[in-house]
Design a protein around this ligand. Structure first.
Ligand code: ZN
Length: 309
């Protein structure tokens, strides 16, 4: 199993709130550098080439995101999605890392990868920055796996506490792209009735306060059976850690060990369905005291029972 990251991702530094600062990444990296993870291989990847970003985003929007921002200033795409001078480079490297991980998995070089990247991606739509996200790296990698790497069918499981609206919009019309999004119910999007043009979108809104037991039941009854019937050639995980009980942005009640369980479950599905091909990507997770431990638990589950530590 490989960990993909890049120092350029530390250059996305919007605002003074430590929950959105580069310390998110450093706390995750520190947790994954513990002795028990010595079997992990660390990799860097080049930034994503502009033409590859066009797989999911419009040229005008890409040009807009890449427009230089003067050092020491900010540019707000909307109230919550703020870019600084290092954001474009960080976003290109975040997308490049996910693409590098996907290329390695599709080539059979390694089986699984976890990408420690910033900014996140799952809220970004074809021509819209949203929810702290600029380029939708999970969707870009999934579409590239189809168009350039020989995958016929691709799936994304998104367990960030917020709805994966960007990935949903980019997958909606495509029979061979599946999104399963578990998220805290909200009045804006991610309703169970949103099912895509081909029943290829599965939204699982979770009531406030839902525990890990509730999420595990949803995995057993909905996530795993849907993956089984869809038969992806590779699948991706938008891994947000803001369903944790102590996360300041979510109102669910997962414990750290629930992430271990989800990692194990998704690895078992990958082994059973698509030769173990599994790429997970860091999305949200804003409590710096528990983010590292939650990611470490998930990665331990992803490593599987044989190559686990
Ligand atoms: Zn989130």
């Amino acid at each position: 199993m490989h960990i993909f990251t890049h120092p350029a991702c530390l250059k996305h530094t919007p605002g003074p709130d430590p929950a959105f600062a580069p310390q998110r990444l450093t706390s995750v990296m520190k947790a994954l550098q513990a002795d028990r993870f010595s079997a992990l291989s660390w990799r860097e990847a080049p930034p994503l080439a502009t033409e590859d970003i066009y797989l999911a985003h419009t040229p005008d929007y890409v040009a807009d995101v890449l427009r230089p921002i003067e050092a020491g200033t900010e540019r707000a795409f909307n109230r919550e999605t703020v870019a600084v001078s290092g954001t474009a480079e960080a976003a290109l490297h975040a997308a490049g890392a996910v693409m590098g991980a996907t290329a390695g998995v599709m080539a059979g070089e390694f089986g699984q990868a976890f990408c420690v990247v910033s900014p996140g991606g799952h809220h970004a739509e074809a021509d819209l920055a949203l929810g702290y996200c600029f380029f939708n790296h999970v969707a870009l990698a999934a579409i590239s796996a189809q168009k350039k790497m020989g995958a016929a069918r691709v799936a994304v499981v998104d367990f960030d506490v917020h709805h994966g609206n960007g990935t949903q919009s980019l997958f909606w019309n495509y029979e061979d792209r599946l999104l399963i999004s578990l998220h805290e119910e909200n009045p804006l999007s991610g309703f169970a009735q949103e099912t895509g043009a081909w029943e290829n979108i599965v939204n699982i809104p979770l009531p406030r306060g839902s525990s890990g037991a509730f999420v595990r039941q949803a995995f057993r009854e909905k996530v795993v059976p849907k993956l089984k019937s869809f038969r992806p050639d590779i699948f991706f995980v938008s891994a947000g850690f803001d369903m944790h009980r102590d996360d300041p942005l979510g109102s669910l009640a997962l414990e750290t060990e629930d992430y271990l369980w989800m990692g194990e479950s998704l690895r078992e599905s990958a082994d059973a369905l698509c030769g173990g091909r599994l790429v997970a990507v860091l999305e949200g997770g804003y409590n710096l005291d528990i983010l590292g431990a939650s990611v470490a638990a998930f990665v331990t589950g992803m490593m599987g029972k044989q190559d686990g530590c």
